[in-house]
Design a protein around this ligand. Structure first.
Ligand code: COI
Length: 389
């Protein structure tokens, strides 16, 4: 059923110099042969005033962009196939061998999770264990070594606490945490790298899409496919993102917010948007494409499905023909970065279909319940919330 249109060689940033190559994360960190990782307690204070509870940035206009925070966590794999304990380092550049697996063959995985500050100042994570398990599944698919669930969650907690002053005040945004697993060892022929590096950094973020007030306008793409069966679309491989940038750029150039991709075989079943899952609502039935290897198993998607059941809605995970969008009452996207984002319109074959975006819609109920669980207003009966202290 599948025609692979993905070419992993196109999916990575491939820059080779004769000797050393720098990836641009601000400041400095030497990965190669580096055993000089410093415990947080002995690190110099960050350049701005440490006494401030909050960093002085415009918390009302965060958007979704890189902000240099104070520390990142880093751990390398060991010869026995495990990972060293790892340590915090000042947030900064890393150095890689030009033959590193991630640079040459795209052997890399990302994750995304968020830390929230409540009104009382307590800090919480949302389902970090799920991100960790997803990274393990991805690592298995990409032939990579992966830190254990405990190592992963502990690294996230350490990164959050070390960057506490960058967590937005309650209601203003979140600290987006980006775990990154990469083949850092050198390889020339196509093969798994001999060494892996696990890195976690964090940035304060607000809304992913610039026009936060408006609902998304999605362009349904018929030429470019995000994933093919048997490929890596179902895991958070770094190779899933560069190939969709052209379609995104074209759609944005025409005034759309994002792209909705179709399956690569029949070009008629909806799959997902560039970095979020898709749902549609008709009457009291909420439907989302069934993940079958080409669709990412979103943590927010799983949460919304559980919440929808709790609220008494019927949820269907199944193949959804693009034509069904014409008859839908509401459409929304979900993702860690995106949250629950209402879709105002989809455009397919030059036809624009518009959806309800008024008060009282089901999407709003689902989003409110999710936020209430995260803020501790509604009981967290599934242990999704993890306090960081
Ligand atoms: C997330 O939702 O956390 C993601 O990883 C999306 C990201 C590619 C922007």
């Amino acid at each position: 059923m599948c025609m692979s249109k993905l070419n992993s060689f196109h999916n990575i940033i491939l820059l080779s110099y004769n000797f050393l190559f720098f990836i641009f994360l601000p400041s400095t960190l030497q990965l190669m042969g580096s055993n000089n990782i410093t415990p947080l307690s002995t690190l110099q204070p960050a350049p701005t005033t440490r006494e401030n509870e909050y960093e002085e940035i415009d918390w009302d206009n965060l958007g979704f962009k890189v902000t240099q925070t104070d520390y990142m966590f880093i751990a390398k794999s060991t010869l026995d196939g495990n990972f060293e304990q790892g340590q915090l380092k000042p947030f900064g550049n890393i150095q890689l061998n030009p033959s590193a697996g991630i640079l040459n063959y795209g052997q890399g995985l990302i994750e995304g999770t968020k830390a929230y500050k409540r009104e009382d100042g307590r800090i919480f994570l949302f389902r970090p264990h799920d991100s960790s398990i997803r990274m393990q599944i991805g690592a298995e698919r990409m032939c990579m070594l992966c830190p254990s669930v405990d190592q992963f969650v502990d690294a996230i907690k350490q990164t959050v606490l070390a960057n506490k002053r960058w967590i937005p005040p309650a209601g203003k945004g979140t600290l987006y945490i980006r775990p990154l697993l990469m083949g850092s060892g050198a390889v020339l022929g196509v093969a798994p790298a001999p060494e892996y590096t696990f890195l976690v950094y964090a940035c304060p973020v607000g809304n992913y899409f610039k026009d936060a007030t408006g609902a998304l306008s999605l362009y349904i793409e018929e030429e470019v496919h995000r994933a093919a069966c048997g490929g890596a679309g179902g895991v958070k491989s770094i190779t899933n993102y560069a190939p969709v940038m052209k379609a995104m750029k074209n759609a944005k150039g025409k005034g759309f917010t994002d792209v909705l991709y179709l399956d690569s075989v029949n070009n008629k079943y909806i799959e997902e948007a560039s970095c979020s899952n898709i749902f549609l609502i008709k009457g009291k039935v909420i439907s989302t494409p069934k993940a079958n290897g080409t669709i990412l198993e979103g943590v927010t998607k799983k949460s919304v499905i559980d919440i929808a059941h709790d609220l008494g809605y019927q949820v269907e995970e199944r193949s959804i023909e693009v034509e069904e969008l014409i008859r839908a009452d509401e459409v929304f996207c979900t993702g860690t970065a995106v949250g629950v984002a209402l879709v105002g319109s989809v455009t397919y074959k030059a036809r624009r279909i518009e959806y309800k975006i008024s008060e009282g819609i089901i999407t709003q109920q689902l989003n409110s319940r999710l936020v209430e669980i995260q803020r501790g207003i509604v009981e967290d009966k599934r242990n999704w919330i993890v306090e960081v202290k």
